[in-house]
Design a binder for this molecule. Structure first.
Ligand code: ISL
Ligand code: CA
Length: 565
């Protein structure tokens, strides 16, 4: 059977990426903190799963104010994570398993303990002064304008030594680098080459749309302040910088790049990922993972809203021959099964498999966040002391301690949305501390449900979430239509079932996913019928029959079927 061959087959379009948050993945030396030798111990686990690309969250020297997204030395491995020899060992062990390593490029800002900032803050005429963004205060001595930090408070901090303010979109210990300064750009390109020459296969680029600042930095309006990323992103030189980075560095290597497109609208997307743009290969949009957010407040979401977001994303990502990503969570979001599924004992496994079916059969390169392949859930966050994340602790000060919001409302919302939900240690076994560490107190508490939910009791169970992920990864890899095929939503307004087709040449697939605890049905495209069942999260006797005109779906049932054209 001849299937149309995809126009631009590429390894990073066919890959399955697995995100590792190193401090919570595996501790090899009993200090309670994950490390690189621990990752090496688990490469076979990932290889069996079918992973061929790892995105490693920052592994660099850092004071860990924002768990490594505050880099003190871009060429040094955080000592608690191991040595450069460990990093080189990880690379070579991955190469032996035909795995590629993508690392995190965090160059919108550095740590304030970076040598560049230590120099820059010394004096106004220090050679490194313009590595960062310094401004005089306004006429009554306050900050230069009303820019807000994503971690609460002003985005400006006054430095007593020179009396000027410096810009930091995140914590005050994460000063923004001044990309208008060619020396900053040269340093970034040089550090990128340092890691690429070691054999790294690309970069995930942290908040990359923020690197070009609006030159006059106007005051923000109240609605801009509600989501300042849109005012901060897409400055006048963003594309100049990315095209220069491509010319100077990326074009010289066979690498992949994925931009964290915080603050980028759909309309601005083709300029970043269009095939002939020579900027980024793909980006993360946040509309889907944040569709039930109003600032820090949790709101409700509906399936038609989720489908509409995907429609907009596909139009934006693929309009000019670009590419995209598909993901349900990461280290900044709650666990997928708790967020979009049903993490009760009755429905957790089924809904985790259903969500995975959606992720692996939608368009774009899939990104699995560590632990979601086990159906790991949110952590029972009850008190503010349960939280570790700087974002929550600073919001608590600004919202609750200031008296604006009740502790109950704040905690009720953050328990569902907090980044900490995804940062608890990986659950490897039912042993103490889930086999993550031999230490009595890991850096962050293990989820108490680790005895039920862990890798060990799933690896030997063919019906586990882990094995269902393994089957989905294999199915996608073997099916060009699921990678390169067209996408058509069969029922955009259906509030209970997500059903769509993927087609390439004469390969026609239909995916139907029941997002409810009741039986539902999914209509096939007119005059089509079921030819075969590729995958179902229910046992065979409840899978769609051949020649079916309508697919009956059990609660949280997900099916991938081949259909007649
Ligand atoms: O949306 C957010 C702000 O409220 C956060 O999820 C996050 O700050 C944003 O998505 C940008 O994330 C990236 O940059 C941050 C770091 O804290 C995040 O971990 C990183 O993914 C600053 O480097
Ligand atoms: Ca350790």
């Amino acid at each position: 059977m001849s299937t149309a061959s995809p126009e631009h087959p590429t390894w990073w379009k066919e890959a399955t990426v697995y995100q590792i948050y190193p401090r919570s993945f595996k501790d090899s030396n009993g200090d309670g903190l994950g490390d690189i030798p621990g990752i090496i111990e688990k490469l076979d686990y990932l290889s069996t799963l079918g992973i061929n690309v790892i995105w490693l969250s920052p592994h660099f020297d850092s004071p860990n104010v924002d768990n490594g997204y505050d880099i003190r030395d871009y060429r040094k491995v955080l000592k608690e994570f191991g040595s450069m020899a460990d990093f080189d060992q990880l690379l070579s062990e991955m190469k032996q398993r035909e795995m590629r390593l993508v690392i995190d490029l965090v160059v919108n800002h550095s740590s304030d303990e970076h040598e560049w900032f230590e120099q820059s803050r010394q004096s106004k005429d220090n050679p490194y002064r313009d590595f960062y963004i310094w401004r005089d205060g306004n006429s009554d001595g306050g900050p230069p304008n009303n820019y807000a930090s994503f971690f609460s408070g002003s985005a400006w901090s006054k430095d007593d030594r020179t009396g000027q303010y410096y810009l930091h979109y995140f914590a005050d210990k994460q000063p923004d680098l001044n990309w208008e300064n060619p020396s900053v750009r040269e340093e970034v390109y040089s550090l990128m080459k340092f890691w690429l020459d070691k054999g790294v296969a690309g970069f995930r680029m942290d908040v990359i749309p923020l690197i070009s600042k609006q030159p006059d930095m106007p005051e923000l309006t109240p609605e801009q302040l509600h989501a300042p990323e849109y005012a901060y992103a897409n400055g006048p030189h963003l594309h100049d910088y990315l095209q220069e980075m491509n010319r100077e560095v990326l074009s010289k290597y066979d690498v992949m790049t994925v931009g964290e497109a915080f603050g980028i609208t759909y309309a601005e997307t083709p300029a970043l990922v269009g095939r002939d743009r020579n900027e980024l290969n793909m980006i993360f949009h946040f509309d889907l993972v944040r569709l039930d957010r109003d600032g820090w407040r949790k709101t409700e979401w509906t399936l038609p809203e989720l489908k509409e977001i995907n429609r907009n994303i596909y139009e934006a990502d693929y309009g000019e021959g670009g590419w995209g990503t598909t993901f349900l969570t990461n280290h900044d979001n709650p666990r997928a099964v708790s967020h979009f599924g049903n993490d009760s004992a009755e429905w957790r496994e089924l809904s985790a498999k259903a969500l995975a079916t959606m992720m692996f059969t939608l368009k774009g390169t899939p990104y699995v966040y560590q632990g979601d392949e086990l159906g790991m859930t949110n952590f029972p966050l009850e008190r503010i002391d349960d939280y570790q994340d700087i974002e929550v602790k600073r919001a608590w000060q600004e919202e609750v301690v200031s008296g604006q919001v009740s502790a109950e409302e704040f905690l009720e919302s953050y328990a569902q949305t907090s980044r900490d939900n995804a940062r608890t240690p990986m659950q490897w076994s039912a042993e103490s501390q889930a086999g993550f560490t031999t230490a009595d107190t890991p850096w962050f508490a293990v989820n108490p449900n680790y005895r039920d939910i862990n890798a060990e009791n799933q690896q030997d169970n063919p019906l586990s979430v882990y094995h269902f992920y393994r089957q989905l990864i294999a199915l996608r890899r073997a099916t060009p239509a699921l990678i390169y095929g067209d996408y058509h939503d069969l029922a955009p307004q259906d509030p209970n079932v997500y059903s769509y087709t993927r087609a390439l040449g004469d390969q026609h697939y239909m995916v139907a996913i029941n997002f409810t605890e009741e039986e539902q049905e999914a209509a096939l495209p007119s005059d089509a019928s079921v030819v075969g069942v590729s995958l179902s999260n229910y046992p065979d006797e409840q899978s769609p029959q051949q020649d079916a005109q309508v697919i009956q779906l059990q609660p949280w049932q997900a099916v991938v079927v081949t259909i007649s054209a």
